[in-house]
Design a protein around this ligand. Structure first.
Ligand code: EPU
Length: 422
């Protein structure tokens, strides 16, 4: 296979305006949810990223008729022809969110077979809470040679208390509960913006969901789900944040349009604390920065806390902040691998299990580095944009899983970034 590398010549201040794409983690929940509808669904504002493409391939494999217009981000799904309830290993291992086909297929067809999911290697990622939820709703669930098999003669609404806040578990139980008899109440539910977006999409299918965005969600099961109005997914919170961080990192002046500023509060607070300037409008954020940044400390938490997905790009920025920054990663066990790569560029980092202590250095230098997962790749892009000289990022395909046309967007802001294949 051809070896790809992303090349970044650092030191250019990013300036101008850039439009944010539709949300990855909301898209990968809503695409399987189209299976719940009895009529064709139209979804707009989907990002053209690898995870969306894999999910679309999964729908086609199951037998759905799919029209996908990646330039316009519009997907039309007619689930009438679905004839299978299994997801093949070659698709499930390419994407974490393949597990959402469990909840959606179980609700719609009473049966699902999905291999334990792949996705970014950022530590142990069990799905026991998803399976606990399906069992509580009345499904029989077994895992046989790495494949989760779930079946039911009819799900029945119930009360489910999540042992920890889990985005995937909350989404999957919401999907399964849509066609259960009666009401399902999820306690200790995740509150991320994409949970609210999924609830709104389920509403557009005619399923009443109350409380999304709080830690108690009620899903009122129904026998008839059919898309009643068009649906556009919300803008990507993590792409917005990555662009905000890149703007500050290059001491630039960037306006990110089409975003939701209230989703960004945890990051905005930290950027302000570092000395950057952040101005919010209705659906745009302008980030400007001139002087030396101050070091800051934070812990990753479920929404509305500081998102783990932005910890990696933010820690890259902190590598040149003046002073000592301490980051505690509370969600995933192995989400600091990018820092060892940024050390090759001159960063000074000490790692203690879930804590990273970063001593800011005045300048990073370009080096050859390797992306080990999606947000690690984004962190290396931020580091490359800040560094003096050229940074070569190996395995940029990880970045394509979640960022739409990243080179094009950054180039439009003045970055010197290209990709080469050998
Ligand atoms: N957990 C369990 N058991 C479960 C489920 C989760 O122990 O049954 C634990 C996990 O090991 C983790 C914590 O609970 O320690 C939270 O995991 P969560 O279920 O919230 O994460 P996820 O659903 O696997 C989604 C996003 C991630 C994002 C996390 C946290 C998708 C497809 N993925 O993962 O996105 O980091 O929520 O916000 O929505 C990314 O976009 O780069 C990414 C990794």
């Amino acid at each position: 296979m051809a070896q790809e590398r992303m090349l970044i010549r650092g030191g250019q201040a990013l300036t101008g305006a850039v439009h944010v794409s539709g949300g990855k983690n909301t898209a990968v929940a809503i695409i399987p949810a189209t299976l719940l509808s009895e009529v064709p669904c139209v979804i707009e504002n989907l990002p053209d990223i690898d995870d969306v493409c894999v999910s679309i391939q999964t729908l086609r494999y199951l037998g759905a008729r799919v029209e996908w217009n990646p330039e316009q981000g519009v997907l039309i799904v007619d689930p009438a022809g679905v004839s299978r309830v299994d997801v093949p290993l070659e698709l499930s291992r390419r994407m974490r969110a393949s597990y959402y086909y469990l909840g959606a297929l179980l609700a719609r067809f009473g049966e699902a077979e999905v291999p334990l999911p792949g996705g970014c290697d950022i530590g142990r990622r069990p799905i026991d809470q998803h399976l606990k939820g399906f069992r509580a709703l009345g499904a029989e669930v077994d895992t046989v040679t790495g494949v989760v098999m779930a079946r039911t003669r009819g799900l029945i609404g119930t009360e489910i208390f999540m042992d920890m806040v889990t985005v995937g578990g909350t989404v999957n139980v919401m999907l399964a509960a849509t066609r259960a008899q009666g009401v399902t109440t999820i306690y200790n539910a995740a509150k991320e913006p994409h949970i609210v977006d999924l609830a709104n999409f389920l509403g557009a299918l005619g399923c009443r969901v109350k409380g999304a965005g709080t830690d108690v969600i009620r899903v009122y099961g129904t026998d008839h789900l059919a898309q009643r109005r068009g649906y556009a997914v919300i803008p990507d919170q993590i792409e917005t944040g990555t662009l905000m961080i890149a703007a500050a990192a290059t001491h630039g002046d960037v306006t990110i349009t089409g975003c939701i500023p209230t989703h960004m509060e945890a990051l905005t607070a930290k950027l302000l604390e570092m000395g950057a300037r952040v101005d919010e409008q209705d659906d745009a954020i302008r980030v400007r920065s001139t002087g030396v940044h101050r070091a800051v400390s934070f812990k990753t938490q479920a929404y509305p806390g500081f998102p783990t997905d932005l910890q990696q790009p933010m820690s890259a920025l902190l590598c040149t902040a003046k002073g000592t920054s301490t980051i505690v990663e509370n969600i995933f066990e192995q989400r600091f691998r990018h820092l060892s790569e940024i050390e090759r560029m001159g960063a000074s980092v000490r790692l203690f299990e879930q804590t990273a202590v970063i001593e800011g250095v005045p300048q990073l230098h370009g080096a050859a580095v390797e992306a080990t997962d999606l947000r690690a790749g984004a962190a290396l892009v931020v580091a490359g944009l800040m560094a003096q000289g050229t940074t070569e990022i190996y395995n940029p395909h990880f970045i394509d899983r979640g960022y739409e046309r990243i080179e094009q967007k950054l180039s439009s802001l003045g970055a010197q970034i290209t990709r080469i294949e050998e």
